[in-house]
Design a binder for this molecule. Structure first.
Ligand code: SF4
Length: 226
């Protein structure tokens, strides 16, 4: 098991300030408003102390309504895979959640539309620069694979997940946890038997030191979106 690294009690002021300013810009973004059926509402969470990054696809309709990342059945399954309670998962000091598209892109006949193509090129690299403590990145679905693991993305999600050991323990490709993927999960039982236990162990190792530090009310500020 990896040796847990202690969480910096106070993030560098300039870095925290930089992220806060960037998050304010993200909140005000209207770049692709004309293509968003429900209008802009970026749904993400980030803090410079985050140790885990969840790189997802885009908020669904329910998440758009609540403004809470993964506040849906996909989130329930993802938290189960990670072995995390809701409160810890939604603590941006522990988990940063940055979907490839930050706003709900609308729905089509086959489900939600892809993340808006304007979003990641405009925001993603800048946001990731403010997450220097991330020790585990969960790459969920095709669009996140294209960005974070382009070498594996060409093979498709199933092959990328089958090759999960290739970048572990720092990066782990995952199938989308949506109920729409139940058939995939049933056809690939090795995922629950092999990958999920390894994921839980890694999450626990990465966060174990943080749990002690974050239990103090005097530790740094929370910086959540929206
Ligand atoms: S999806 Fe991204 S680029 Fe489009 S309005 Fe939302 S934050 Fe801006």
């Amino acid at each position: 098991m990896a040796t847990p690294r202690r969480l910096p009690q106070d993030a560098p002021a300039s870095t925290m300030t930089g992220l806060e300013a960037l998050l304010a810009d993200v909140r005000a973004c209207t770049l692709c408003a004309g293509n968003l059926p429900l209008g802009p509402r970026p749904v993400l969470q980030a803090d410079v102390r985050a140790r885990i990054l969840v790189a997802g696809q885009a908020p669904g309709r329910r998440v758009h309504a609540s403004g809470i990342p993964f506040d849906d059945a996909s989130g329930d399954r993802l938290r189960h895979w990670m072995g995390m309670e809701r409160a810890a998962f939604h603590d941006p000091r522990q988990v940063a959640i940055l979907p490839m598209g930050l706003c709900f892109p609308g729905s089509g006949r086959a489900g939600d539309l892809p993340p808006r193509p304007e979003c990641a090129p405009n925001w993603r690299a800048r946001l990731l620069q403010h997450l220097p403590q991330v020790a585990l990145t969960l790459v969920i679905g095709r669009y996140a694979l294209d960005w974070h693991l382009p070498g594996l993305a060409t093979q498709g999600v199933t092959s990328a997940v089958q090759a999960w050991r290739s970048r572990f323990p720092r990066i782990l490709p995952l199938p989308h946890p949506s109920p729409r993927n139940n058939r995939w999960l049933k056809a690939n039982p090795w995922f629950e038997h092999e990958v999920v236990p390894a994921l839980r162990e890694r999450v626990q190792a990465v966060l174990s030191a943080q749990h002690e530090d974050l239990s103090s009310p005097l530790r740094g500020d929370r910086d959540a979106l929206p």
